[in-house]
Design a protein around this ligand. Structure first.
Ligand SMILES: Cc1cc2nc3c(=O)[nH]c(=O)nc-3n(C[C@H](O)[C@H](O)[C@H](O)COP(=O)(O)OP(=O)(O)OC[C@H]3O[C@@H](n4cnc5c(N)ncnc54)[C@H](O)[C@@H]3O)c2cc1C
Length: 387
């Protein structure tokens, strides 16, 4: 598709976030929406996600994001005509420190007050859920049976297809290299294939969000950090489905994917890149060590592959959503860390409300882009960040 000369809204980034925004904008009646994707739709960090979906978040805004997203995933096939592979496998957090448990107690109370089915259970109950677990060093676990998983590629492609059907244009293979500012307002995006004039530029560039922010002179504290996922050969000794289970002491997590077991060491590493990352095979040793501690039977398993991706982290682990300070017409929806996939349905809806109706229908102050400059950012969970 040729690059148009103008568009009402230009979204930079065709990942799950950009495609959800495009779909929701088009659904809300925006007629002239253009997504520019330097690679292919969904080829960015969305393609690396584990697909986890949980309502177990530490803040009301994020819990509400999850509850709405879960409702979307539940009727996804009805709305989009595509099976997203959604399954309620549950999320299980394994706890070994009393301070960590105290943090969970207050977060679980908040989640329950908002209607989430989540409870603190004994280690023996965790073992009943996943018999292969070693639980002797645990003091508790947290179980959310309504949490689950779905396929990031299926969901992203469904957003993109429906956005196109509703009139949005998505152009792949176009790298945005500049944002023109006139009189303090974003007026165009610059690419090697031409310039597109616009009223609104949306930064949905995932791990490249800070770089895209700089094109408009806006400083965004989005830090891409590498995380690995490895998978075993078919391993029927741990029968599925198993919950997405995170060991809070080590950050290690696992779940079943068909006959294989997916294993992540829970690594958070600055590799100095915001685009692509290589797999570090040295991470296999760390992963296997953490895995065998928690699931001794995995000693019999063989790793058959793996991948690494970049999670766009912020200093307080909350996303950044809103108008960028200092440049009119420049909107950001970035910094989703390990939860951008699962929060994409709600993100798309609230951003479309903001851009079409002038304001979102829910309180998004948690995600305010200027909170860091105002010294008002606060992390609500200091443990290892789950997906
Ligand atoms: C190992 C791992 C496991 C994860 N597990 C989960 C999980 O279980 N659940 C969950 O919810 N999330 C998970 N995540 C996080 C999730 O993948 C991200 O939060 C989410 O995909 C972010 O989506 P995005 O659209 O913002 O980014 P992306 O998918 O990266 O999309 C941004 C797009 O912008 C494009 N782009 C960048 N710069 C430009 C430019 N200048 N011009 C044009 N295009 C540009 C990129 O090519 C890219 O396609 C995981 C991440 C990793 C790495």
């Amino acid at each position: 598709m040729d690059l148009p000369k103008t568009a009402d809204v230009v979204i930079i980034g065709g990942g799950v976030v950009g495609c959800s925004i495009a779909y929701h904008l088009a659904r809300r009646g925006a007629r002239d929406v253009l997504v520019l994707e330097r690679d292919a739709v969904g080829a960015g960090t969305t393609s690396k996600a584990a697909g986890g979906i949980r309502a177990q978040f530490p803040t009301e805004a994020e819990i509400r994001f999850s509850l709405e997203a879960i409702r979307v995933f539940e009727r996804f096939e009805e709305e989009f005509g595509v099976d997203p592979g959604y399954r309620k496998i549950g999320y299980l957090f394994l706890i070994s420190e009393s301070e960590d448990l105290r943090g969970y107690e207050s977060r679980v109370a908040l989640q329950q007050s908002l209607g989430v089915d989540v409870r603190i259970i004994a280690p023996s109950e965790a073992k009943a859920l996943v018999p292969a677990l070693h639980v002797d060093d645990l003091i508790a676990a947290v179980w959310g049976p309504d949490d689950g998983m779905a396929g990031p590629a299926e969901v992203t492609n469904a957003f993109a297809r429906r956005a196109r059907e509703l009139g949005a244009r998505i152009v792949e293979g176009v790298d945005v290299t500049g944002i023109e500012i006139q009189g303090g307002r974003a007026t165009a995006v610059v690419t090697a294939s031409g310039t597109v004039g616009t009223r609104v530029v949306v930064n949905a560039a995932g791990p490249a969000a800070a770089r895209v922010g700089r094109l408009a002179g806006v400083d965004l504290p989005v830090h891409p950090r590498r995380r690995h996922i490895f998978f075993t050969e078919p391993f029927p000794e741990i029968p599925g489905p198993v919950p997405l289970t995170t060991d809070r002491a080590s950050g290690f997590y696992f779940r079943k994917e068909m006959e294989q077991v997916l294993l992540s060491p829970g690594d958070v590493e600055d590799v100095g890149d915001d685009f692509d990352v290589a797999v570090d095979r040295a991470k296999i040793g760390e992963t296997v060590e953490k895995a065998i501690h928690r699931l001794p039977i995995l000693e019999k398993a063989r790793i058959s592959g793996g991948w690494a991706g970049l999670r766009p982290l912020t200093p307080d682990d909350h996303a950044i959503i809103g108008w960028a300070p200092g440049v009119e017409g420049f909107f950001v929806a970035v910094g989703f860390g390990g939860h951008g996939f699962q929060h994409s349905p709600t993100t798309g809806r609230v951003v479309s409300e903001w851009l079409v109706d002038g304001a979102p229908s829910m309180d998004l102050s948690l995600f305010a882009p200027d909170r860091f400059a105002r010294g008002q950012s606060a992390a609500h969970d200091t443990g290892p960040d789950a997906e």
